[in-house]
Design a protein around this ligand. Structure first.
Ligand SMILES: Cc1cc2nc3c(=O)[nH]c(=O)nc-3n(C[C@H](O)[C@H](O)[C@H](O)COP(=O)(O)O)c2cc1C
Length: 371
């Protein structure tokens, strides 16, 4: 047995986390066509309930924010019912779970959206294509429609409504996806926000206005203590460009510090050491992710983050996909399963709920004594 900082408990607001390992949000495309999570989704997250905290895959708050076919939503009564089965399964297994709200903005294609329309973003700048569309196809990216002021206000209201739905579905809280090229990030980045209005590029107050409004609206709707935010300053994924994240992200973090949010979830990257730069400006709980565009986060990576005081918690993505009992494996210094990349984005149980925990012989789904 090994005791490490990763395996020490942490109080996240009113939640008692048994360890500091967060399951990072990961899109897996296991929803029905209408966006309702399939029953296998409850099994998948319940299997991973030993994480200190689970953050779900990105979930669209409204159809306008759907970026991919068979991604889940949190808009309708059916969605709420589907997610309630998930939260009940996780809680029954002793876990804690936040829903990640992910509005796609310019990400998305008419062939991948229930509305069948062109998605809207801050400016008419397309994602570098081609893009994935429904049923495994590829298509040229479309130029997004420019969001009107009314679209922007609607997006703020949609996030608040979806957050209320998340609480009704039994989630412990909501993480707003402000990272990795989705709508909130599109307002922050240099090359996706060319607006000249009060949500645009003229001043930093304008550039951060939409992210701040969304966070405040969700905090008002469900309580700041149940609201988290994920940011990935400088992440170049999907063609995002941020020449110097510091003059944007420092004021953003300062504007949000003091609201009493559940946490800030920051991804570090090779272009900009976000954790080092922003840690001193954030006085609440901080979750680090250090694997984006890199090798999967290792135990040593996570331990180093905690030892150097750069964050309070560490999120693990790919390692949690392949190892449903990851904390126990770290505790026992056990070998890790490797990930099967062929089934990341398929729709069934294969490559999803068939990764075995320690002590379960291959070919059997019976639980057994840990080895
Ligand atoms: C299959 C897959 C899907 C992902 N989907 C999302 C997502 O929906 N939302 C998000 O914020 N990040 C998403 N990510 C990024 C992960 O949350 C995480 O930051 C990344 O995998 C790096 O961490 P790791 O090295 O521990 O895997 C995804 C990553 C993977 C591998």
């Amino acid at each position: 047995m090994t005791t490490t900082l990763l395996l020490t408990p942490y109080s996240l607001g009113r939640l008692r986390l048994p360890n500091r390992m967060v399951m990072a949000p990961m899109t897996r495309f296991r929803a029905a066509e209408d966006g309702t999570p399939m029953p296998v989704v409850a099994d998948y997250y319940a299997q991973r309930a030993s994480a200190g905290l689970i953050v779900t895959e990105g979930i669209w708050p409204s159809r306008a924010g759907q970026s991919g076919w068979r991604m889940p939503g949190l808009e309708t009564v059916e969605h709420i019912k589907g997610w309630r089965a998930v939260t009940e399964a996780v809680h029954a297994s002793g876990g804690r779970i936040f829903a990640q709200l992910m509005h796609g903005g310019r990400q998305g294609h008419p062939l991948s959206r229930l509305t069948g329309d062109i998605p809207a973003g801050p400016s008419a700048i397309p994602v570098p294509g081609p893009v994935h569309v429904r049923d495994g196809g590829k298509a040229d990216a479309v130029t997004p429609r420019v969001m009107t002021l009314e679209d922007i206000q609607q997006a703020v209201r949609d996030h608040a409504a979806a957050a209320r739905n998340a609480i009704e579905a039994g989630f412990d809280g909501v993480e707003l996806h402000g990272a990795n090229s989705y709508l909130i990030h599109q307002f922050l980045a240099d090359n996706t926000n060319l607006r000249d209005d009060k949500y645009g590029r003229r001043t930093v107050e304008d550039r951060i206005r939409f992210p701040v409004e969304v966070v405040k609206a969700v905090a008002n709707a469900i309580g700041a203590g149940r609201t988290g935010l994920r940011l990935s300053p400088g992440n170049p994924q999907f063609g995002m460009k941020e020449a110097d994240p510091r003059p944007v992200y420092r004021p953003l973090v300062q504007a949000l510090d003091g609201l009493g949010l559940a946490y800030l979830h920051l991804t570090d990257n090779d272009e900009y050491a976000a954790l080092t730069d922003l840690r001193a400006l954030w006085h609440g709980a901080l979750i680090a992710n250090v694997g984006e565009n890199r090798e999967p986060t290792s135990r040593a990576d996570g331990e180093a983050v905690l030892l150097t005081g750069r964050a309070d918690l560490v999120s693990y993505g790919r390692a949690f996909i392949a190892n449903p009992d990851l904390p126990r494996r770290f505790e026992r210094n056990s070998v890790l399963n490797s990930i099967n990349g062929d089934h990341l984005y398929t729709h069934g149980a294969t490559g999803y709920t068939d990764y075995l925990p320690l002590g379960v012989p291959a070919g059997s789904q019976q639980s057994a004594e840990p080895v």
